[in-house]
Write a protein that binds this ligand. Structure first.
Ligand code: NDP
Length: 456
């Protein structure tokens, strides 16, 4: 390793990708610095996956309480102490920030606190001090994007949702992607009256068509008002502080909070990228080659700032592949196929592989077979809940390979993770069929789907 620079590697951004990259590089003997202006852990730990999942658990207790009556439990309805939940979450997030700090320290990474800006292909300024590095990694992630709609100053983004004060009795969510659907479900479960407004004709673009229709219907059944084809034209605020959301179809007034969950954009502003010549694509993401190298050979980018799959495990995988390229034998690569994912709506969605629509486009309609079951789970035979679940397999007829696996139901993320392993080995429908189920479980449905669905 060269001694010409202060560090072998300087990582900008202490989120999932940045911390993993810095830590792994340091463990391989590199002299590493990591610059971060806010709390360590990035979006996922501070205002994303982790607090979201904690609030999803919190919402689940309310559902479980209602359902427990069917199992013989009596008692007064519980009430949510929102302040206590926020405090508990903040304490846990603080603990995780500390864990990240300790991991970096233990690996020997120098943490530079402050905003980092590129001064050159090998130079970064942090809080007015210049540092040089042989390699620089951009890992600043992304930030919520709110379109230029009249009244945008009255709306909040997902990053403010965890600390709202007071708890929003009435909430309007704009958007129909991961964050909109999750937040709508979670805040409904926590006790808010929720309306979700999606500009297009369906939720969760890019997911399997059956899943998209099913979740809209299940969220509606649970009590979220889902309005499709409802593009928002303006947001206004009344003298009493309440908000009104208007579209060509009418208005929704007297709401307490309007959440805009209309996508996230790579965080590239203020990093000095243009001056140094780091190219961005038309989505504002850093353009990288297969080795995560930007248009400037000494500067790399990983995670949401450059990736088309904005998922924490993908960012972690990219970090490890990059460290292997820079400080190892370069054999480790990220396979972007068959990336499993879950949406923590109530009920959850889990998915891996191709949708029915993608499969038909890729292999032709005649070469694709669908296996599907829509049912009320055992748990709800006594709970009184009318919630239904969906399992679906997309199979290529000519090879029998399972191309896609989709579900809407409890613990979808947990279930799909295991099936993703099987699918990466190229599991066929015959392998699914010959696997003995675990009874009585939800997941056994995937190995007992016998008859292809007749096209509807
Ligand atoms: P998404 O890209 O998933 O969804 C954006 C939504 O906003 C779409 O429904 C889109 O509508 C709508 N939209 C976009 N622009 C406008 C506009 N100008 N006016 C009205 N609606 C608009 O973004 P999210 O913000 O939900 O999430 C960002 C990313 O974060 C996700 O893609 C995912 O990768 C990641 N994430 C992952 C999670 C998980 O793994 N569980 C959880 C949360 C986030 P249309 O469909 O019509 O384009």
């Amino acid at each position: 390793m060269t001694e010409r620079h202060d560090f072998d590697l300087l990582v900008i951004g202490g989120g999932s990708a940045g911390v993993r990259c810095a830590r792994m590089a340091a463990q391989r003997g590199a002299r590493v610095a990591l610059a971060e202006a806010a709390a360590l852990g990035g979006t996922c730990v501070n205002v994303g996956c982790i607090p979201k999942k904690l609030y999803s658990y919190a919402a689940g207790y309310a559902e479980a309480f209602v359902e427990s009556a069917g199992y013989g439990w009596d008692g007064p309805p519980p009430t949510l102490d929102w302040k206590r939940l926020k405090q508990a979450r903040a304490k846990e997030i603080g603990r995780l920030n500390g864990v990240y700090g300790n991991l970096l320290k233990a690996a020997g990474v120098t943490v530079l606190e402050g905003w980092a800006k590129l001064d050159g292909p090998h130079t970064v300024s942090v809080g007015g001090k210049r540092h040089s590095a042989r390699h620089i990694v951009l890992a600043t992630g992304g930030m919520p994007h709110v379109p230029d709609v009249p009244g945008r100053e009255f709306v909040v983004t997902s990053e403010q949702m965890f600390d709202l004060d007071p708890f929003p009795r009435r909430l309007v969510v704009v958007g129909g992607g991961y964050i909109a659907c999750e937040m709508a479900s979670i805040f409904h479960g926590l006790g808010a009256e929720v309306t979700l407004l999606q500009r297009g004709g369906g939720l969760l673009a890019g997911f399997d068509g059956d899943v998209r229709r099913f979740i809209a219907s299940e969220m509606g059944r649970a009590g979220v008002e889902v309005k499709l084809n409802w593009p928002v034209e303006a947001i206004t605020r009344h003298a009493d502080g309440s908000l009104c959301v208007t579209s060509a179809h009418g208005s929704i007034c007297d709401t307490d909070v309007v959440l805009y969950a209309t996508g996230r954009k790579p965080l590239t502003a203020g990093l000095g990228l243009e001056a140094v010549g780091v190219a961005l694509n038309d989505q504002g993401a850093v353009v990288v080659d297969a080795d995560y190298r930007s248009s400037v050979p000494s500067i790399f980018a990983i995670g949401d700032i450059s990736s088309s799959k904005q998922l924490t495990p993908v960012a972690l995988a990219e970090a490890m592949a990059l460290v292997d390229t820079l400080f190892g034998d370069g054999k480790r690569k990220v396979d972007y196929d068959l990336v499993p994912t879950a949406v923590f709506t109530h009920p959850n969605i889990g998915t891996v592989g191709l949708t029915e629509e993608q499969s038909r486009n890729e292999f032709g309609a005649d070469d694709v077979e669908i296996y599907r079951s829509d049912f009320r789970s055992l748990r709800h035979t006594l709970s009184g809940s009318q919630e239904r679940s969906l399992v679906k397999l997309v199979v290529r007829k000519s090879t029998d390979q399972v191309l896609g696996l989709h579900m809407v139901g409890p613990d979808a993320g947990e279930i799909v993770q295991g099936f993703a392993v099987a699918m990466r080995t190229g599991a066929t429908k015959a392998v699914f069929d010959s696997t003995i189920g675990v009874h009585p479980t939800f997941a056994e449905e995937f190995v007992t789907l016998r008859e292809p669905a007749v096209d509807d």
